[in-house]
Write a protein that binds this ligand. Structure first.
Ligand SMILES: C[S@@+](CC[C@H](N)C(=O)[O-])C[C@H]1O[C@@H](n2cnc3c(N)ncnc32)[C@H](O)[C@@H]1O
Length: 399
């Protein structure tokens, strides 16, 4: 039976634990905060949205969707704050034709159907965090959790509604069963579950939700009829958004191989290279090169020399992501247009790429298992004449 291992991260959003990997999907620091600081802020969407009204995003490893949600949240805030003033929003029908409409396409990929389809239902912005009854035990994680918080970024409710509307035809009985489970009830937003009947999912005599038919109502009908009046002003601004969303459930390599869309942004949020090398290989990156617009940008949280070297060998220019709030480098960007790089790799970073740490993963036909990729990589490292990264780091300490 499918099991989830949820907990509240320190910004009041839900994070997940993976017992298989004995690791977390999301930072205890805050799942939503992490998405904002590692993917959204470094993307410099503000400048992009001022110059363009169309955007295509590839969200690799959608999981429970924080990166896409944070982008949509950012975009809505941008529309509310910068495109139209509050008085005008009240009179949306008049301004509708006079303002530019953002055309947004998100292609979301993950191989875990349940996680992705549960995405719109997870609670965010929780202030009192009850983590005393977790379904997993991990001392390190437990020590890092807090019980009260002031969320740093607030996720607008309409972001989840937008996603639900796009995913509703994929929701199946297994997802409904998880949503009905008492065990997970604290982690799901009841308002979102209560919207389900409007999409053709009804409660039976035992109060259990089940699908009747997947007749998708029009977005504005749902908003106007069932959402409290306090949302209506905000919801009106959604008319300025032409939102297309495709969620594909499969190995991301297979989806990417068959894709031909040109993306402006790619979020790469796979498990670490040591756990999921199939999404960090030079061969996978070559496919991403084909799909990236000339002025596009790939963002990832990884600082690994092997990842950076694979990007460079796949044809990209590579730079670093700097987090102002954490005052440190928190990831990597890969671009075709070098002028988009704000923080270049230092001499030291470039030197590290020429050590054993820079030996990248290979997966020529995009079909190997993670284990096979790891084992071939281990052999490449053993047979290499390059110096080890530890020797390189030691040498640098004395320079
Ligand atoms: C670190 S989590 C991503 C977290 C996510 N961005 C979020 O906001 O919740 C990694 C994700 O990669 C997915 N995954 C692992 N291997 C994959 C593969 N080969 N293809 C597609 N998705 C994969 C897992 O199901 C998991 O959801």
């Amino acid at each position: 039976m499918y099991k989830l291992y949820p907990y509240f991260t320190n910004d009041g959003s839900v994070g997940l634990f993976s017992p298989d990997a004995d690791d977390i999907y999301h930072s205890t620091y805050g799942a939503l905060t992490e998405a904002y600081e590692k993917f959204i802020l470094p993307s410099n969407f503000k400048d992009y949205l001022k110059k363009n009204n169309e955007i295509k995003i590839l969200d690799i490893c959608f999981g429970i969707g924080y990166n896409s949600k944070s982008f949509l949240n950012y975009l809505l805030n941008f529309i509310y704050n910068e495109t139209i003033d509050t008085n005008k929003i009240k009179n949306i029908d008049k301004i509708y034709t006079n303002n530019k409409k953002y055309k947004v396409y998100i292609h979301a990929l993950d191989n875990d159907k349940n996680l992705a389809l549960l995405s719109p239902f997870f609670v965010t912005n929780k202030k009192i965090l009850k983590n005393n009854n977790l379904s997993f035990y991990n001392e390190k994680i437990k020590k890092m959790l807090c019980d009260k918080t002031e969320p740093k970024y607030i996720l607008r409710k309409e972001v989840n509604i937008l996603l639900l509307q796009k995913m509703i035809s994929q929701i199946d009985e297994e997802v409904i069963r998880i949503l009905n489970s008492k065990e997970y009830a604290p982690y799901f937003d009841k308002m979102m579950i209560n919207l389900l009947p409007r999409f053709g999912l009804l409660k039976n005599s035992n109060g259990i939700l089940y699908p009747v038919c997947y007749l998708v109502s029009f977005l504005h009908n749902i908003y106007y009829k069932y959402i409290s009046s306090s949302y209506k002003t905000a919801v009106n601004a959604l008319k300025l958004l032409d939102f297309n969303f495709d969620l594909e459930i499969d190995d991301a390599r297979q989806i990417v191989k068959n894709d031909s869309t040109l993306y402006n942004y790619v979020f790469l949020d796979a498990f670490t290279p040591a756990k999921c090398p199939c999404l960090w290989s030079i061969d996978f990156f070559k496919e991403l090169y084909r799909l990236l617009d000339d002025n596009g940008m790939i963002l990832t949280y990884s600082n690994s020399a092997a990842v950076r070297n694979a990007f460079i060998n796949a044809g990209f220019f590579v730079g670093k992501i700097f987090s102002e709030s954490l005052n440190k480098f928190t990831g990597t960007i890969a671009v075709k247009n070098k002028s988009l790089i704000k923080y270049e790799l230092s001499e030291y970073d470039l030197g590290l790429l020429k050590t054993k740490a820079g030996i990248f993963y290979r997966d020529e036909n995009l079909s190997l298992t993670n284990e096979a990729i790891i084992s071939a990589h281990k052999k490449d490292v053993e047979n290499s004449n390059l110096i080890s990264s530890s020797k390189y780091i030691k040498m640098h300490k004395f320079i």
